[in-house]
Design a protein around this ligand. Structure first.
Ligand SMILES: Cc1cc2nc3c(=O)[nH]c(=O)nc-3n(C[C@H](O)[C@H](O)[C@H](O)COP(=O)(O)OP(=O)(O)OC[C@H]3O[C@@H](n4cnc5c(N)ncnc54)[C@H](O)[C@@H]3O)c2cc1C
Ligand code: SF4
Ligand code: SF4
Length: 420
């Protein structure tokens, strides 16, 4: 088992011999505190043998494992190879829009960073700073993601969108849960960012939603989730209940880190700082600070994000895909002024979704495209550092302050997580 537990060993050429069982994923990823709660293992399992443990929100075996190995092979902290899913610089724009040519998958740099050194921001057809003309209440930045989804739904291009909405459980205020929104109202009610992972791809079992027999849906997700969709779509595998085939549009949210819900919202904010979570209107991780605001505008918390690192998902340290290279569209706050979103259009499918939403959006050039590249570089650096660190020691990562200043300078819109 030892050889399965460390990503740099995983990323060597050696494949595990023979079958890989769920309990190897469990030992190497879940019990090793490296799971990033993307839900890929649940979605990819052809016998629907993996469920979600109540309370921990981690994958668990709910019936017999057949040893098909797929949960391991597609787990972004297991055997998943970035180069299997990530595009090179030139996306296709023809009838196979959304697919991309692959550059040399033997390049070892891809195995860790998800892109060759010259890849820059990945495949980008167009880039903008954008904001919705009518910004949904609760939108995180420019409300662009919600506007894009509402336009696609109104145009009949999708039947629903996999988004994150607030939990209905009163004991879980400010917990995001995965949900397929099928109306514009539901999309608007799901705007804003939740700083917890939701096992989103498990929700691709669409059986509890009323949809046409051949549904077409959009997925909004963190880059790890979008990588997994891309990887699953690019491989033929015996599919289970999860309708990865229904995904016709992917939107990645730029992401350097996510958090454990209980650790962040309940322990660190509510219990330790006395924040009245029910009254919180917005949580943001921006310019190296975590800021929570109440509905009346009062600031509940404004502290360096490093004070909250105890609640961050450890597996995020290993992730080097800040920019969501595998998506049709990547959207984030870095690179644009407050109240606007940065949008990278990566594929023809992304371009046509943006065109359909043009009437709902103000578009202009990105304010600081360099900020995207700088945060991507830092993200990769943290991933490398994380891979060099023995997992068992739990030693903290340290990227020094001067480096942050060098990366982000004093731009108006510096990166969300400047200090990891
Ligand atoms: C965990 C996390 C970390 C992020 N880190 C960065 C960062 O480092 N740098 C950066 O520039 N931007 C980051 N973002 C993206 C940023 O917070 C905004 O989501 C983005 O700018 C889009 O804003 P918007 O106003 O256009 O979207 P909105 O119109 O507000 O729509 C946001 C959409 O995202 C969905 N969503 C919310 N939370 C989640 C979630 N946890 N998982 C999947 N979908 C979700 C919502 O349901 C909604 O559909 C992060 C987002 C998240 C969730
Ligand atoms: S990281 Fe994703 S695929 Fe891997 S064990 Fe966790 S939920 Fe499953
Ligand atoms: S940092 Fe990476 S692994 Fe963690 S939630 Fe974001 S995209 Fe996923």
């Amino acid at each position: 088992m030892k050889a399965y537990r460390i990503r740099d060993e995983i990323n060597g050429i050696t494949e595990p011999p023979g079958k890989t069982w769920f309990w190897e994923l469990e030992a190497g990823v879940i019990n090793a505190d490296r799971c990033v709660q993307c839900g890929t293992c649940v979605a990819v399992c052809p016998s629907n043998s993996i469920g979600i443990a109540e309370g921990t929100m981690l994958p668990e075996l709910v019936k017999m494992c057949t040893g098909c190995s797929l949960c391991w092979d597609f787990c972004p902290r297991g055997g998943f190879r970035y180069e299997a899913a990530w595009p090179p610089a030139t996306p296709s724009t023809g009838s196979d829009a959304g697919t991309v040519e692959r550059t040399d998958p033997a390049d070892p740099y891809w195995r860790i960073t998800g892109a060759p050194p010259e890849d820059g921001l990945g495949a980008v057809l167009e880039s903008y700073a954008a904001r919705a003309s009518v910004r949904p209440e609760g939108a995180q930045d420019g409300g662009v993601v919600s506007a894009l989804l509402m336009a696609a739904l109104a145009a009949g291009d999708i039947d629903g969108a996999l988004v994150t909405r607030p939990s209905d459980d009163p004991a879980e205020p400010w917990k995001g849960v995965a949900h397929l929104a099928t109306t514009g109202e539901e999309i608007a009610a799901s705007s804003g960012s939740f700083y917890n992972q939701t096992m989103a791809l498990a929700e691709l079992d669409l059986s509890r939603y009323r949809l046409p027999p051949r549904p077409r849906i959009a997925v909004v997700g963190t880059p790890c989730e979008i990588q997994a969709v891309r990887a699953m779509q690019s491989r033929g595998w015996p599919t289970g209940a999860h309708r990865v085939d229904a995904v016709v549009l992917t939107v990645a949210l730029l992401c350097t880190k996510s958090f454990d819900y209980r650790g962040l919202m309940l322990r660190l904010l509510r219990d330790e700082r006395g924040v009245d979570i029910e009254r919180v209107a917005k949580v943001d991780v921006i310019r190296g600070r975590l800021i929570a605001e109440y509905r009346d505008g009062e600031v509940a918390v404004d502290e360096p994000v490093k004070h909250f690192h105890g609640a961050a998902l450890k597996g995020c340290d290993e992730c080097a895909d800040f920019l969501g290279r595998g998506a049709d569209l990547s959207v984030g706050s870095v690179g644009s002024m407050d109240g606007w979103s940065s949008v990278l259009v990566r594929t023809a499918r992304g371009r046509s979704a943006l065109s359909a939403a043009r009437g709902r959006l103000d578009l202009r050039d990105l304010d600081d495209p360099g900020a995207l590249a700088r945060l991507d570089a830092l993200d990769k650096k943290v991933a490398f550092a994380s891979l060099r660190r023995p997992f068992d020691t739990g030693a903290p990562l340290f990227i020094d302050y001067e480096e942050h200043v060098r990366c982000y300078g004093s731009t108006d819109r510096s990166p969300v997580v400047a200090d990891r």
